[in-house]
Design a protein around this ligand. Sequence first.
Ligand code: ATP
Ligand code: MG
Ligand code: FE
Length: 343
Amino acid sequence: MGIESSCDETGVGIVRLHGDGAVELLADEVASSVEQHARFGGVVPEVASRAHLEAMVPTATRAFETAGLTLSDVDAIAVTAGPGLAGALLVGVAAAKAYATALDVPLYGVNHLAGHIAVDTLQHGPLPAPCLALLVSGGHTQLLRVDDIASSITELGSTVDDAAGEAYDKVARVLDLPYPGGPPIDRAAADGDPTAIAFPRGMTGPRDARYDFSFSGLKTAVARWVEGAQRRGETVPVADVAASFQEAVADVLTRKAIRAAGDAGIGTLVISGGVAANSRLSTLAAQRCAEAGIELRVPRPRLCTDNGAMIAALGAHLVAAGAAPSTLDMSANPALPVGTVSV
Ligand code: ATP
Ligand code: MG
Ligand code: FE
């Protein structure tokens, strides 16, 4: 059983660990409070915590119904220990401790970001070692070397300012599109020309760090461009702006990921996190990986955004690896570093 509550999704997933190490998805129930945050243009922590509290038990109940199992079938529990919003994490951690105590089963406090990578094994099977992960979500944009999903994840680069998802959400606001911005920009871009506007590709100059990212300059460039059009009384070509912005993001992300894979001699790239659901990112990544002879793995969109199945999957890999469970005095860590897979 996996429990996720780091941001605005309450997720409960149930997986079965097979003898050969394969992990099978049995249930993946998510309750989102995203609509309660939409009018604020971002997640309100107190609202998220309250929503987790209300949704936790009903979401777990639905997951067991879907899986055709009961609580007494649970052998181990994994819960997101961090990173994330403190008050939101605490709800999941408290619930997981209660379930683990009542059922007398081991408890694993796990890293949300490692969960975003581990979820891919539910769809595509075991991860080859090493593999490269491009984690692109609302709060993170990182290139990670994964030598063992249960114990060894090393950061190669990350954003120096905004996360890719954050840039999507901010650009959506500039274009008067709803929150969260990723899906509406993706849809608007489908009718636009990605070469209409040459937006900047941050941190791709010869003196820039090889695997780091920057998206705040891009976000500002889009805002300036739109303001300029409005000042001149022109209609903003939303589709072209969306497509050109999306092209810049996908270009930088795939360029750096392929460079990192090539430098390290790694043959598999996994893209995960909410922005991995982006249609242009997956298309461009597929094209460039094929050219570079790199195997590309992208989980289906539903698995890319926050859910409990990703936490259950990571928990199953920890059980399979014989990792030590967490103790009951384990606590949530809002700033848990990506290299700490379990606490
Ligand atoms: P983190 O995992 O870093 O704590 P998070 O859990 O909030 O952050 P996710 O749920 O993984 O992030 O992803 C949410 C982000 O994904 C949002 O910023 C959203 O705009 C973006 N997103 C979702 N779908 C798409 C899409 N089709 N194209 C681009 N971005 C998308
Ligand atoms: Mg979310
Ligand atoms: Fe996430």
